[in-house]
Design a protein around this ligand. Structure first.
Ligand code: NAP
Length: 334
């Protein structure tokens, strides 16, 4: 086959914020698919905070990427050769295809998607893994009831943007935290949040107290750290906290900072529960149908931050940790 692949392979385990030298950018020829395999030309690659965890050694919900392996990433692309009867040339597919231009696959874990229903990048965002995370993390883990107050951190992001919108669809009040005036205006005016707190420029505890006078019924935590502690201090009776992520802690070189105010769970008969979206894989179809239905009916908005150029993967990933991404961060393979 006369095709050359470019890919990022893990070169070193990052210490603190990842840097370019933690990966090798390599070139290698693509071989013909063997029987049962297919070859995908990757078009869009999902950049996720979880990638920081995947390159860390130690026990997690998924095995770490090993040194020398192609960096793990969700991606969408098009089948350009197939010796797998389930996939035909021209099919669009989504799956863990890696940070590279072409991926050989045996088809396991790949799902067909239809670009005529929604544009392909949305299968990495609102109709993809982040949308599923918002859907199950809110509806299953927290079981919101109409009239309840739902607080969401990283509320302008891929997951948080969807959580607030689903909370509103379920009749809740949604209060979002985001960094900066522009993101705060966006979550209220575009996404329908009832109020926004600019955690970089406001006193978060006072603002939460003001916006949640009867306490917080649900806190959807994407960031951990101080904000989790403030939310704990303001829980309503029988509150639920969904531990979705803790991005403020991912690049720590020391231990993760745990919550000091956890006894608020006892006092308020409250519950704090972690979850991983992969645990819901057998129900993704159900979530995708409902999310796509809301999106097509104009009830769910989506924003993607699409950056062109595979070769700037390491620098682009850092946008997630500085807050420079505005919406679902996606790398467009040029
Ligand atoms: N449990 C699961 O299965 C699962 C699945 C997917 C994602 N997640 C988690 O969900 C969270 C959001 O992921 P995403 O893909 O939707 O990313 P995202 O929100 O689109 O992007 C990350 C955002 O986090 C905010 N942030 C970065 N550093 C921060 C800090 N120190 N304090 C407060 N906010 C900070 C920034 O927004 P601002 O500009 O507002 O600061 C940044 O834009 C992450 O923790 C991720 O690990 C979990």
């Amino acid at each position: 086959m006369d095709i050359v692949n470019h890919q990022f392979r893990l070169a070193a385990r990052p210490v603190g914020l990842p840097k370019r030298s933690d990966w090798n950018y390599v070139e290698e020829p693509v071989r013909e698919p063997a029987d049962g395999e297919l070859l995908v030309k990757i078009l869009y690659i999902s950049l996720d905070p979880a990638m920081r965890g995947w390159v860390r050694e130690g026990k997690s919900y998924i095995a770490p990427v090993e040194i020398g392996q192609v960096m793990r990433a969700g991606a969408v692309g098009q089948v350009i050769a197939s010796k797998n009867p389930k996939f035909a040339v021209g099919d669009s597919v989504v799956g863990m295809l890696g940070v590279q231009e072409y991926a050989l696959s045996d088809g396991r874990g790949l799902n067909k998607v239809d670009p005529n229903i929604v544009p392909l990048p949305l299968y990495l965002g609102v109709i993809g893994m982040p949308g599923m995370t918002a859907y199950f993390g809110l509806l299953d883990v927290c079981q919101p009831k109409a009239g309840e107050t739902v607080v969401v951190s990283a509320a302008a992001g891929a997951v948080g943007g969807v959580v607030g919108q689903i909370a509103k669809l379920k009749g809740c009040r949604a209060i979002g935290l985001a960094g900066g005036a522009e993101k705060c205006a966006y979550i209220v005016k575009e996404l329908g949040y009832d109020a926004a707190i600019d955690y970089k420029n406001e006193n978060v505890f006072n603002a939460l107290q003001q916006h949640c006078p009867a306490g917080i019924n649900i806190y959807f935590d994407n960031v951990g750290g101080d904000i989790l502690d403030y939310a704990l201090a303001l829980l309503a009776r029988m509150a639920r906290i969904s531990i979705c992520g803790a991005i403020s802690q991912y690049n720590n070189t020391g231990p993760v900072r745990g919550p000091a105010n956890y006894l608020s769970l006892l006092v308020n008969h409250a519950r704090m529960e972690g979850f991983v979206v992969l645990d819901y894989a057998d129900r993704w179809g159900e979530a995708a149908r409902e999310l796509a239905g809301w999106y097509l009916a104009g009830k769910l908005k989506s924003r993607e931050d699409i950056v062109p150029g595979l070769e700037i993967f390491p620098e682009t990933l850092l946008k997630l940790f500085s807050g420079e991404n505005f919406g679902k961060l996606i790398l467009k393979v040029a």
